[in-house]
Design a binder for this molecule. Structure first.
Ligand SMILES: *Cc1c(COP(=O)(O)O)cnc(C)c1O
Length: 463
């Protein structure tokens, strides 16, 4: 039975959109509120009302629309808008996939020819088209292999090439990637020995040369991707290490395949291989802008050794990853690249347009200049000029728990929504999320706000 038939909602006299309290009486929404909490349910209702006011759904379908906006479980993965200004935010899953990659994942989800040649009916090499696409983009790589992530690429290289032997590495490159993940620990766990050379700030080619002997498996170069050492420093580059006579393995981290004009200090696979590296390892979900995976690019012999090692099977990627990787490599610019190259003047225009529209609805919003960063996934120290929507601080929490969650950042007592990490077509989505930010955020907590701000905030909350 339709609960609204016995408990007719009071209608907004102007637009026939049912009021929030009436919609919230729907038993399905009451159940959802008990499960997920009041805030996301109210936010979903507000967003559904907004759609009804705009004529996108019939006024009678507000409760159904709100239900459809809610996650099925409180713990599930939720889609969020990344307005942090951090392009590769680890907590938000790093690189967002391109439309082409998402489409490819959807198509690959059913049975696919991942290991079958449809013309001959004979078993074929897994991921052959993705690997070919990778080699096309990195002409100096004679061969390529893909594993689960950057760490797995290092594990495979260390295990297959250096178990029981030495990896020679600079003391300045014994890095912690994040969340307690320390590269030296990972390498030692494979059974390889680490031979540390040089000092924290300075390591010369002679330091490496002096450490080489018949136990040396390879020299490892690691890109310090989340910090910078400045001042009295010296690091040996691949060109200086390649002539030493042992393979040079380069962990570039970020997954740039070729030099990027905006990131001159960020290492790339093609340059490292051309300089003489035998193997390059990288992540797929950093600056490459693809799915989580680990790329291994190098000489035919070394890549064959890795791909045939028993551990390779334990680290192999699934068909969804291969599909997304290939589409990323062959498709148009990724969202990560678009965020990286976005024009600051255009970002400012968008911020002003959004601020104007929201202020007209009574939200204390204005446009501000901002600085975005690439993130832990690469380019430490690089800031990208950006623009943001500035809102009262209390919006930060409200937007996170909304029906369509938005993650911003707090700066100087304001909640900033940085537009460099928000694709332009999502501007309306962002505005709708701000408008329907739960009452607790938009209406209360006005003690510290200026009078006009609190008045306008509660005006917007009353919509
Ligand atoms: C990110 C990173 C890794 C780890 O890669 P994951 O894909 O996160 O496993 C290893 N080395 C460097 C230099 C990195 O930047």
């Amino acid at each position: 039975m339709n609960p609204q038939a016995t408990d007719a909602p009071r209608l907004d006299p102007r637009r026939a959109v049912p009021r929030t309290d009436a919609v919230l009486r729907d038993p399905r929404l009451r159940e959802a509120a008990a499960r997920l909490g009041e805030a996301p349910v109210k936010s979903a209702v507000r967003q559904a009302q907004e759609r009804a006011r705009q004529g996108a759904v019939p006024p009678g379908a507000v409760a159904d629309t709100a239900l459809a906006l809610l996650p099925r479980t409180a713990g599930g993965l939720r889609a969020v808008l990344n307005a942090t200004g951090v392009l590769l935010h680890t907590n938000l899953g790093r690189a967002p996939l391109s439309a082409a990659a998402r489409q490819a994942v959807a198509e690959a989800a059913g049975p696919t020819d991942v290991e079958l040649d449809l013309r001959t009916g004979v078993r074929a090499r897994r991921g052959r088209t993705a690997l070919a696409a990778l080699r096309d983009r990195v002409p100096s790589a004679a061969a390529a292999h893909v594993v689960n992530n950057g760490a797995a690429a290092l594990v495979l290289a260390a295990t297959a090439l250096a178990a029981g032997r030495d990896i020679v590495v600079s003391r300045g490159e014994m890095v912690e990637i994040g969340d307690g993940f320390r590269l030296p620990d990972l390498l030692v766990a494979t059974g390889a020995r680490l031979r540390e050379v040089g000092t924290t700030n300075r390591t010369t080619p002679d330091d490496y040369a002096a450490a080489l002997d018949d136990r040396t498996a390879f020299v490892l170069k690691v890109h310090p991707s989340n910090f910078r050492v400045t001042g009295f420093t010296r690091a040996a580059d691949v060109t200086e290490l390649a002539p030493l006579g042992v393979p040079v393995v380069v962990d570039i981290g970020s997954g740039l395949l070729a030099p990027h004009p905006l990131l001159p200090d960020e290492p790339d696979a093609e340059t490292a291989l051309r300089a003489g590296a035998a193997l390059v390892t990288a992540s797929g979900d950093k600056l490459l802008g693809g799915p989580q995976c680990g790329l291994l690019l190098g000489t035919r012999d070394i890549v064959r050794t890795l791909a045939r090692h028993p551990l390779a099977r334990a680290l192999r990627v699934d068909k969804l990853t291969l599909a997304a990787l290939e589409a990323t490599l062959t498709g148009p610019a990724t969202p990560t690249d678009e965020a990286l190259t976005a024009d600051p003047a255009r970002l400012r225009q968008r911020a002003e347009r959004l601020a104007h529209a929201l202020a007209a609805d009574g939200v204390d919003a204005h446009a501000v200049d901002s600085e975005a960063t690439v993130g832990g996934g690469g380019a430490p120290g690089v800031t990208l000029p950006s623009a943001a929507l500035s809102l009262p601080e209390r919006y930060a929490a409200a937007l996170r728990v909304g029906a369509d969650p938005v993650v911003g950042r707090l700066t100087a007592g304001r909640c900033l929504l940085d537009l460099r990490t928000v694709p332009e077509p999502d501007d309306e989505r962002l505005a709708a999320a701000v408008r329907s930010a739960p009452e607790s955020a938009a209406g209360s907590a006005s003690v510290s706000a200026a009078g006009s701000a609190s008045a306008s905030a509660s005006a917007s909350a009353g919509r």
